[in-house]
Design a protein around this ligand. Structure first.
Ligand SMILES: NC(=O)c1ccc[n+]([C@@H]2O[C@H](COP(=O)([O-])OP(=O)(O)OC[C@H]3O[C@@H](n4cnc5c(N)ncnc54)[C@H](OP(=O)(O)O)[C@@H]3O)[C@@H](O)[C@H]2O)c1
Length: 323
């Protein structure tokens, strides 16, 4: 089959012929139509992630959309979202014509959202949804800050917070395109990201018209430090990524005085059922136009360019490979 094949840690994959994957016990085969290039793919491929260096060569891709080719659970032809552990454990992933995954890692998809758009939302959408609902316990009318609103997690986060009935959603992002997308998705205000923590915290308080009950944080660093200063009584900051840095500062006095919480989140803690339910919920909102992730679709032949563009920062456009 044709696939994006990675032969050296820290280098992009390139399109090549690769042996068809063979399913083991409890595994299904999916004919892929769309596989996004995401930060986790790049992190794992460096060989420096906390999962350890993946054996080479391998096909990266922790997720995608396709049709069931062979399964003991689902009829052939079923349209599914698939997640894999490529890069986190030995084995190939989704950036290929065929992909093997655990039967439990297939989520049948309802109609309504095209393959590439569903793939662009994917695990980032699941993370944003579950961080808001399951981890933060977002309630109607609460005020929400979405950091990194230009990225896929942030784009879903803004739309999901609005759809879940948040009282006021304030986006923090870097580019003008991201700002416009956040406002179009229902954010009441979009604040420009700044490494100046005092300034960013002040602008957040102004935009919120008060404190934040929930902060959705895929960036950490200065963004989390600033948002931590405007947490409300009982406020929850949920961190799910470190795009801007691996450390942030929080005041003990502030956390104690407001009974505020700083929480970690990973999709890896979810059951297969939780992942499936979250993706189904997000895609129903996407189908109704309430949630979306800007994307661009490229052939697998351009995997190397797509990988380099993701590494350089793509301006909030999720790059999706199609065989
Ligand atoms: N815990 C989980 O289960 C889980 C699941 C999915 C993703 N994640 C993590 O969440 C993070 C975002 O994922 P994604 O899918 O949204 O990625 P993405 O679409 O590539 O977006 C990258 C994000 O990083 C922000 N960013 C990058 N460098 C920055 C910097 N120096 N300062 C401030 N912001 C910066 C961007 O901000 P702008 O708004 O300015 O464009 C954008 O929000 C990644 O670290 C990813 O690994 C975690």
């Amino acid at each position: 089959m044709r696939a994006a094949v990675l032969t050296a840690h820290g280098q992009p994959p390139s399109a090549a012929d690769h042996p068809d994957p063979r399913p083991g016990p409890g595994q299904a085969v999916v004919r892929m139509t769309a596989a996004p290039v995401v930060p986790l793919d790049l992190l794992c491929a460096t060989g420096t992630s906390y999962f350890g260096p993946p054996p080479l060569p391998y096909v990266p891709g922790v997720q995608g959309v396709g049709r069931v080719e062979q399964s003991s659970r689902l009829p052939a032809g079923t349209r599914v979202f698939v997640s894999t552990s490529a890069g986190m454990a030995p084995g190939d992933g989704s950036m290929a014509e065929l992909c093997v995954a655990g039967e439990d890692d297939l989520v049948p998809l309802e109609d309504g959202v095209p393959d590439d758009a569903a793939a662009a939302i994917g695990l980032s959408g699941i993370a944003a949804w579950m961080a808001l609902t399951w981890r933060a316990g977002l309630r109607e009318r609460e005020r929400v800050v979405v950091l990194g609103a230009g990225g896929a997690v942030g784009q879903v986060g803004v739309g999901a917070a609005v759809a879940l009935g948040a009282g006021r959603v304030v986006a923090v992002c870097r580019g003008e395109a991201a700002r416009q997308r956040a406002l179009a998705a229902g954010a009441a205000a979009a604040v420009a990201f700044s490494d100046d923590v005092d300034r960013l915290a002040g602008e957040l308080a102004d935009a919120l018209g008060g404190d934040a009950d929930v902060v959705l944080d895929p960036v950490f660093g200065a963004g989390a430090t600033a948002a931590g200063r405007v947490l409300a009584e009982g406020g929850r900051l949920v961190n799910l990524g470190g795009a801007a840095g691996d450390t942030a500062s929080f005041s003990s006095a502030l956390l104690r005085s407001r009974t505020a919480s700083v929480l970690g989140y990973t999709n890896n803690a979810l059951s297969a059922a939780q992942k499936g339910e979250a993706l189904t919920a997000v895609l129903r909102h996407a189908s109704a136009g309430r949630i979306g992730v800007a994307s661009e679709t490229l052939p697998i032949a351009e995997a190397e360019q797509a990988w380099r563009r993701q590494a350089a920062g793509t301006g909030g456009v999720r790059l999706v490979l199609t065989p």
